[in-house]
Design a protein around this ligand. Sequence first.
Ligand SMILES: Nc1nc2c(c(=O)[nH]1)N[C@H]1C(S)=C(S)[C@@H](COP(=O)(O)OP(=O)(O)OC[C@H]3O[C@@H](n4cnc5c(=O)[nH]c(N)nc54)[C@H](O)[C@@H]3O)O[C@H]1N2
Ligand SMILES: Nc1nc2c(c(=O)[nH]1)N[C@H]1C(S)=C(S)[C@@H](COP(=O)(O)OP(=O)(O)OC[C@H]3O[C@@H](n4cnc5c(=O)[nH]c(N)nc54)[C@H](O)[C@@H]3O)O[C@H]1N2
Ligand code: SF4
Ligand SMILES: [Mo]
Length: 737
Amino acid sequence: MTSSADTHCPYCALQCAMTLTSPTGPAPAAQPGPVPVALSTAPGVPLDVQGREFPTNRGGLCRKGWTSASLLNHPGRINEPLLRGPDGIHRPIGWDQALDLAATAVRDARARYGADAVGVFGGGGLTNEKAYMLGKFARLALGTSRIDYNGRFCMSSAAAAGMRAFGVDRGLPFPVEALDSAATILMLGSNVAETMPPFVQHLKGARDAGGLVVVDPRRSATAAFTADGGGLHLQPLPGTDLALLLGISHVVIHENLVDTAYIEERTSGYGAVVRSVNAFWPERVQTITGVPAELIRETARRLAAGAREGGSYILTGRGVEQHVDGTDTATAAINLSLLLGLPGSAHSGYGTLTGQGNGQGGREHGQKADQLPGYRKITDPAARAHVAGVWGVPEELIPGPGLPAVQLLKSLGKDDGVRCLFVHASNIVVASPDATAVIEGLRSLDFLVVCDFFMSETAAEADLILPVLQWAEEDGTLTNLEGRVLRRRPALTPPPGARSELWIMARLAERLGAPSTYSEDPETVFNELRRASAGGLADYSGIDYAILDRGEAAHWPFPAGGTGTPRLFRDRFAHPDGKAVLTPVVPGRRRASSGALPAAGTAAEARPFTLITGRLLEHYQSGSQTRRVAELLAARPEARLQIHPAAAAAMDITDGAPVSVANERGEVVCRAELSTAIRAETVFLPFHFPELESANRLTEASTDPISGMPEFKSNKVWVRPVAVAPAGTVLQTMEAS
Ligand SMILES: Nc1nc2c(c(=O)[nH]1)N[C@H]1C(S)=C(S)[C@@H](COP(=O)(O)OP(=O)(O)OC[C@H]3O[C@@H](n4cnc5c(=O)[nH]c(N)nc54)[C@H](O)[C@@H]3O)O[C@H]1N2
Ligand SMILES: Nc1nc2c(c(=O)[nH]1)N[C@H]1C(S)=C(S)[C@@H](COP(=O)(O)OP(=O)(O)OC[C@H]3O[C@@H](n4cnc5c(=O)[nH]c(N)nc54)[C@H](O)[C@@H]3O)O[C@H]1N2
Ligand code: SF4
Ligand SMILES: [Mo]
């Protein structure tokens, strides 16, 4: 007999609905825990996964989703706390001892260097309950301001631009099905065909109507998808989207395509934006971006036509946001959408595609350095008073703003920096910019605690590893890319040695004599989060587990006694005057060159390129999970440098040959993959692999001044052929096996 449980995928923000079925029958009757689990599984026998009907995926799943359950009973799972000995080897210890050690490390760091010597690095994969509790735990139990999270690497530029323009930041301010009937969709720097494959069905209508326009320096799978319907692929130089958007805006303004009534009624700042756009006529923008002026004009006209009839949407992804001018670039995309009257219209809109499973909710409830629950500002006295009231503590006990992720990581081990760090749900050794410096920082800490279920590259650096639960073993809510809150119920009994992060925080808070309460029950925590968020921008106070269990759509804001808000901005924007703000932005922040130099002795053969980093269909993020799925690893066992055949031929690089990619920060050695899909002066590396194949050895840690986003998408590198890969690389390991 089989039994099954409905849930959602552990990975990305699409939060595809799925059903897990146990091949070994239902779980034994007497299961511990507040919610009865339905399934059981045996070592080596994964649960069966089926797609389930839900607006985002309509029954579809991608390859990562299909194989996700194989990690639940993976042999590499960490099942007991591990302490690193003086010999560097991790050995099991009991939970009491592990928690005592962590509490002692916190007290020591605090006594020696002050409360801000303890830091927390969170993740956008954490449930709302865990993200909320992590923010509270950091501020009250650890007493530190030093908390930030990997969403700073992900959504922060689009979030900052959304706040600036609309006064609120919700990835898609409309339900995803709204895209189905759109006439025109402009997608900038997003490769959904690989990063959210079931999402592509929502683009099909526009594609078939010839209205899909994709902007990407690579002919990505998504760019290729435009071809059949007569859509457009604009292929700019990396990092020139801001100029491109000004060029499109220029056409909108000079061809009288502006929605003047909308501008008048619903926006402020129009005049300044018109002046800032004036110098970006299409022919000039062509010379900056490499995109033909005619395509710039055509894009503007298609957007305007769609705005008049059928609907037009502008969507951005990491390709335009992960730059040192990412906030301004996202702002230029919003400005364009406002000129056309898209945000808040019934058939049109602007949005950004959130990335991680809880990328949206994870940035609303307090694991951001500058933030309190409900998307409140930590510097706002009223917000502080409200949250202090919910927590039952004096307001002075809540520290001020901390440091954004890159600055937090730069401070590791420094005299006035973080000396004891807790990491929850991020593999920073692989995912952070200038990763070599981050590894050095981690090694100079007094104490590193990593909560994970696998020995990630970051866990391998830890003094103490605390094994936690996987998605199908714990209860909690997530907020998907539409701002829709959903519940992921436990389906499986966790391994006996692992603990929930809520439990870990509660036990540590106890040991530290922390004020306030730290429940380990997700529903209790959610109910507290509701109160803390009440009246804030991201108001969850009307949502409860019962509503979510009935499958009701619950898009925030959802105030107590009210209803959800699938479509924002219908009547007003969130600024006090109800208007959207147009902010003039122009290129200029980007330095002409990063000053990168080839490694000593290689100058003669090395050639300069602009490096893009990003994603492959088969791997998720740092790869800590998907590199452990045999099927996915077999499909993509290693990083490959995508390079144009003409550029490769000039250096005698053949397909599959080993190459070195280097700059002043470090070197990657991997194989070349020749492809005409990429511009000739640009190369691409996925960031899913560690060590010598880690793209983040090359990325720079300079950041956008507004959002704190690092420059992941255009870095200067030098490429050269190498005879053989140096010893110890994944490359050779693969050959040997
Ligand atoms: N398979 C897979 N899916 C994922 C993830 C994953 O790791 N793997 N991660 C999830 C997460 S957290 C996120 S944030 C999303 C990210 O999803 P996407 O934003 O789709 O992912 P990326 O591959 O980082 O970047 C998208 C595209 O931007 C292009 N690009 C690079 N530089 C530029 C530029 O200067 N201008 C323009 N216009 N385009 C540029 C790249 O060529 C790439 O094709 O994916 C989510 N889904
Ligand atoms: N060069 C380059 N670098 C990038 C990017 C890029 O495009 N280019 N993209 C950036 C983006 S958008 C993102 S979102 C980041 C993501 O990069 P990371 O922050 O490294 O994200 P993951 O690989 O998902 O890491 C999650 C880790 O936490 C564990 N984990 C999963 N769920 C949980 C949980 O609930 N609790 C705990 N404690 N652990 C859990 C997993 O096993 C894994 O080891 O990378 C960024 N880095
Ligand atoms: S698209 Fe995202 S949520 Fe859907 S199955 Fe793939 S990884 Fe999971
Ligand atoms: Mo992300």
